[in-house]
Write a protein that binds this ligand. Sequence first.
Ligand code: IMP
Ligand code: MG
Length: 181
Amino acid sequence: MYDDIQEILFDQEQLAQKCQELANQVNEDYKNKELVLVGILKGSFMFMSDLVKRTTIPLEIEFMAVSSYGSSTESSGVVRILKDLDTDIKGKHVLLVEDIIDSGTTLTYLMDYLKGRGAASVEIMCLLDKPARRTQVLPVRYVGYVIPDAFIIGYGIDYAERYRNLPFVATLKEEVYRSKD
Ligand code: IMP
Ligand code: MG
């Protein structure tokens, strides 16, 4: 697994610090509001965990799962809900927690969907943002890091379901995904 890594972009210490900064903003912006954090599975699970343990305001935690890449490194452009919310979000403030934004297709769809379910507000937080590949106009309220166009693995983020368990964010060697696509 470690042989497939090209470069470590953000290590555990940097990620912990970033989660603290983002949690501080959430604590401030959502105090006295009914907040539901919605993590997008599976990629956001580690980020979500490190983020919420640093929040100090009352909130609910939900997860949704949507289909995205399959085993390819290119998005299909089609979004399908595989796991929906368990509770009613009507009148509540929703903050979508995503690992990485690429084209923006997934979150554009989810934002509309959640607004349609009667949320008081829907905002987006992502750990990593790849604006170079954006095809949708998407208002992202909280961004951990803006990164160049490279294929990312680790800290919950996969390539073909592997590498999610790496505790840091890294780039994948091109030869690894070139050989399988
Ligand atoms: P979008 O709909 O094109 O913005 O794609 C967003 C989804 O694609 C994210 O939830 C990620 O799971 C996945 N994704 C985007 N870029 C990468 C990457 O570099 N590595 C792994 N997954 C990625
Ligand atoms: Mg993914």
